[in-house]
Write a protein that binds this ligand. Structure first.
Ligand code: HEC
Length: 205
C-alpha cells in the first residue's frame, strides 16, 4: 500500500468513527415519560344525554365487564401493555439505541389511542364501545400487536385459543354495552375522539 493510500484510509476511519459517535449520541436511549402518566385523561363513559336509569344500567354493564376483564388481562398484559399502558417495566432491548427511539414513538402513540392503565373502563380515543370495536378490528386483522414488536416478542402473538378467548371477551363486552342502549332505545352517538372506522359490530343503527 502506498503512503497516500494509507492516509486516505486513515481519513475514512476517522470519518466513520465520527459518524458513529454522532449516531450513538443522537439515538441514545431516553426514558419514556411514564410520570406524565395518567394525565387528565379520563375514560369516556358515554353517559351524556342518558336518563339516570339508563346511566345506572350502563354503569352496571361496565362493572361486570371490569370484573371479567381480570380473566383476559394477562393476555393483554403480555401482548399489548408495553405500548398501551404506563407500566415502567420494559423489555431490556427497549434500552438499546435506535430501538428505544422507535419504541418511544410507539408507546406514546399507542397510549394515545388506547391506554389499559387502571383497567376497564379504558382511556383512549373513543368511548368504551368504540374502543372495544377498535380492539376487535385490530386483533382480527392481525394489525396488533405490531409486526415489528412480534419480531422480538413472539410470545405476544395472538393465535389459537388465546386469540379466541380475547375475541370472545371483546365481543361479549361490546354486546353488553350495546344492549343497554338498544333495550332502552337510546341513540349510540359517535364520540368526537373516535378514530374513523367501519362499524363492523353494528354500532351505527
Ligand atoms: C409495539 C407497540 C404496540 C403493541 C405491542 C401494540 N400496539 Fe396497538 N398501537 C400501537 C401504535 C403505535 C398505535 C397507533 C398507530 C397505529 O394505529 O398503528 C396503536 C394503535 C392501536 C389501536 C387504535 C387503532 C386505531 O386505528 O384507532 C388499537 C385499538 C390497538 N392499538 C390495540 C392494540 C392491542 C389490543 C394490542 C395487543 C393485542 C396492541 N395494540 C399492541 C402500538 C402497539
Amino acid at each position: 500500500m502506498s503512503s497516500s493510500n494509507q492516509s486516505k484510509s486513515r481519513k475514512w476511519t476517522i470519518i466513520v468513527i465520527i459518524a458513529l459517535v454522532i449516531f450513538v449520541v443522537f439515538t441514545w436511549p431516553k426514558p419514556v415519560e411514564r410520570e406524565q402518566a395518567l394525565e387528565a385523561v379520563q375514560p369516556d363513559l358515554d353517559t351524556a344525554g342518558l336518563s339516570p336509569e339508563v346511566q345506572a344500567q350502563l354503569m352496571a354493564a361496565y362493572d361486570s365487564i371490569a370484573l371479567s376483564f381480570a380473566t383476559v388481562e394477562p393476555i393483554f398484559d403480555r401482548s399489548c401493555y408495553d405500548c398501551h399502558s404506563h407500566r415502567d417495566k420494559l423489555p431490556w432491548y427497549f434500552k438499546m439505541p435506535v430501538v428505544n427511539g422507535m419504541m418511544r414513538d410507539h408507546i406514546s402513540e399507542g397510549r394515545e389511542h388506547l391506554d389499559f392503565t387502571g383497567g376497564f373502563p379504558f382511556r383512549g380515543k373513543g368511548n368504551q364501545r368504540e374502543l372495544l370495536n377498535d380492539m376487535k378490528e385490530e386483533i382480527d386483522e392481525h394489525k396488533m400487536p405490531l409486526e415489528s414488536y412480534l419480531w422480538m416478542h413472539s410470545d405476544a402473538k395472538l393465535e389459537g385459543p388465546v386469540f379466541d378467548s380475547v375475541m370472545a371477551w371483546i365481543n361479549h363486552s361490546h354486546e353488553l354495552i350495546v344492549s343497554v342502549y338498544a333495550s332502552n332505545g337510546a341513540p349510540m352517538k359517535e364520540s368526537p375522539e373516535a378514530t374513523e372506522h367501519e362499524h363492523e359490530m353494528g354500532d351505527d343503527d
